[in-house]
Design a protein around this ligand. Sequence first.
Ligand SMILES: C[S@@+](CC[C@H](N)C(=O)[O-])C[C@H]1O[C@@H](n2cnc3c(N)ncnc32)[C@H](O)[C@@H]1O
Length: 221
Amino acid sequence: MKREIIQTADGSNTIHIPDMDENYHSTHGALQEALHVFIKNGLELKKELSQLDIFEMGFGTGLNALLCFIEAEKGKQHISYKGIEAYPVEPELIQAIRYEDLVDDCFHKGFQQMHELSWNETHALTNNFTFEKIHSKIEEYLVEHEQIDLVFYDAFGPKAQEAMWHPSILKKMFDMLKPNGTLVTYCAKGQVKRDLKALGFTIEAVPGPPGKREMTLAHKN
Ligand SMILES: C[S@@+](CC[C@H](N)C(=O)[O-])C[C@H]1O[C@@H](n2cnc3c(N)ncnc32)[C@H](O)[C@@H]1O
């Protein structure tokens, strides 16, 4: 599958997949989208937890993990971050995407380590940030129940990869969340919200990032 780097409207890069006509992030701004969806409307909601367990569906370039790493270091909140990825991005593309240029020098090493460290093992990057990347398809991943506070649901969109939004996959997210846990996604599709509600989530629609009217929070309470 061919992947190429493209620049988005805020100057940050993303990956484009010509065969799927799909991007890893919004072309309106990859960094802006990640900050709005997963930090402002995700991590910020869970600021009061001194220990925060995050699961990311679709680790990809590691941009969301990098932003959480920075927040953990700044906020001195302890974050355990797990990201699942079936099709790891080639090291050359990670180098070419230049996400280091978006952040202070002191965070470069952590980002590099995320990509170089072994898969399927837990690594303590710092005292505040524990990291594991899981090399697996989500369909084959066995979920541990009620371990996670916050799910970053960052799969390709339903048009490009409908299977990722099937209720059987969304149920895995419900099962892994602790009571009062939250799933956050850029997606605001009606059918996805109805499926999340049918699983037992309480749905909250909030303003989306640039270029998108709405995004979704799904609370397990
Ligand atoms: C929208 S991109 C993720 C973007 C990523 N969060 C980032 O910031 O770079 C979706 C990701 O899901 C991965 N993916 C696709 N199918 C998958 C599957 N069945 N199981 C796990 N990951 C999958 C893709 O390889 C891709 O990296």
